[in-house]
Design a protein around this ligand. Structure first.
Ligand code: PLP
Length: 446
């Protein structure tokens, strides 16, 4: 086993996070990186995010010179003879050096002071909310990741969390939902899954701070490559790292990144240690491997998604394309301002002919895989309302597309053959379902 290598300390030295009852004693010593590696701390000027990601923030293995850091699997750590934990680690449910390394990389990419990794995106999101001081009123959008919306509706009240939903397509929606003096946190997701509506993060941050609340942004889809919510005034960024951050559909993980290492971070870190939601070391190592190619993946996927959206916008079998990169999208102007270098790799299409036509089109695809999730290297298609079930607000004619890294010609040809076959089969006119923020589309005889 190689000598212990601490992750790079890109940010303030973090004290050991000790499980309840074990007694915090001291912070840890300065970290080290292999001599030949580019550490952000050794560079005269700030490194670009691509460099930080590609080189895993400069950490490697001092003992061997390996360019990939070792995986720390230990669950427990030795106390010093005088009963202190000077090296900063105590027990694996609270902390782990591999996890901490990935947190440092993520904090650097998001421009935050601190980060916490979790065993899933839902673990990160629910911890962000459960860690709020009570009484707590939360404001959240109606158009958001279905799983968290369901939790807010069904479970949050039993934890003492009062929730008001707002329509992000209504300019007064957020302002009207805030309860001055009571609202502790505003949650936004932009672009929001699965209709990809856009929220102005700077405006939401102003509203949150005027009301004395925090702004949390689910930034799973844009990733720090396209949007950095903390630089726009948000306090907390949440990720399903299962998606683009890992990018290979082989890890379930979540993350929170904090603008400041303050009370919100302390409460969330404590809660993670108590509830045991930390990411495993092997998953963290896989996540780090995924992060090293994040920029090239997301930029390529965004460029392909835009090309596909433009192609489908005039497709006779498609009633509407939902993609913030299209000028016709109601959030395009805000998206163009707050997203840099692309509009993301996710889009949805509403298929002419309704639910049966949408399901049939997905069933005919060969290159696109019919599966839930998003952000991997392989392109996925999903009839979203089938997945979301009875609580769904998703139009039943909607197919969600997660664009991977395949050749664009293969992706477009597969969509064309599937949609073309369904259009050829279709009979009389059908009225498509209405959905949140979307007016009805009436189709008569194609
Ligand atoms: N946020 C968004 C935008 C998502 O799409 C998902 C999952 O699909 C989650 C959060 C939850 O993440 P996880 O599945 O990693 O718990």
């Amino acid at each position: 086993m190689s000598e212990r290598v601490e992750p790079p300390r890109l940010h303030t030295l973090r004290a050991a996070r000790l499980p309840v009852g074990m007694g915090a004693t001291s912070g840890r010593k300065s970290g080290t990186t292999a001599p030949d590696m580019v550490s952000p701390r050794k560079c005269a000027r700030a490194l670009q995010p691509e460099t930080i990601a590609a080189q895993a923030a400069g950490a490697g293995d001092v003992a061997t010179g390996a360019v990939v850091p070792p995986i720390h699997v230990a669950t427990t750590f030795v106390r010093d003879a005088d009963n202190l934990y000077r090296r900063g680690y105590c027990y694996g449910r609270s902390d782990n050096a591999t996890v901490r390394h990935v947190e440092s990389v993520l904090a650097a990419l998001e421009g935050g002071e601190a980060s916490l990794l979790f065993a899933s995106g839902m673990a990160a999101a629910t911890t962000a909310l459960l860690a709020l001081e009570r009484p707590a009123h939360i404001v959240a959008p109606t158009a958001m990741y279905w799983g968290l919306r369901h939790w807010l509706l069904e479970d949050a009240p039993s934890h003492g969390l009062e929730v008001t939903f707002f329509d992000s397509s209504d300019p007064d929606g957020l302002g009207n939902a805030i309860r001055p003096g009571r609202t502790r946190l505003i949650w936004v997701e932009t672009p929001s899954n699965p209709i990809w509506s856009i929220t102005d993060i700077e405006a939401a941050a102003r509203r949150a701070h005027d009301a004395g609340a925090l702004l949390a942004v689910d930034s799973t889809v844009p990733t720090p490559v396209l949007t950095r919510p903390l630089t726009l005034g948000a306090d907390i960024v949440v990720h399903s790292a299962t998606k683009y951050l890992n990018g290979h559909s082989d890890v379930v993980a979540g993350a929170m990144v904090f603008a400041r290492r303050g009370a919100a971070f302390d409460r969330a870190a404590r809660m993670r240690g108590v509830l045991g939601g930390i990411l495993g070391a092997f998953e963290a190592a896989l996540l780090l491997r995924g992060l090293r190619t994040l920029h090239v993946r997301v930029r390529h996927q965004s460029a392909s998604a835009l090309a596909i959206a433009q192609h489908l916008a005039t497709h006779p079998a498609v009633a509407r394309v939902l993609y913030p990169g299209l000028r016709a999208h109601p959030g395009h102007a805000v998206a163009a301002r707050q997203m840099q270098g692309g509009f993301g790799g996710m889009l949805s299409v509403r298929v002419r002919g309704g639910e049966a036509a949408a399901i049939s089109a997905a069933g005919r695809m060969r290159v696109w895989k019919r599966a839930t999730s998003l952000g991997g290297v392989e392109s996925l298609v999903e009839h979203r309302s089938s997945m979301e079930g009875p609580y769904s607000r998703c139009p039943c004619d909607l197919l969600r597309l997660s664009v991977g890294l395949e050749h664009i010609d293969d992706l477009i040809a597969d969509l064309d053959q599937a949609l073309g076959a369904v259009a050829a089969e279709r009979g009389s006119g059908t009225e498509l379902a209405t959905a949140d923020g979307l007016e009805p589309v009436v189709v008569r005889n194609g």
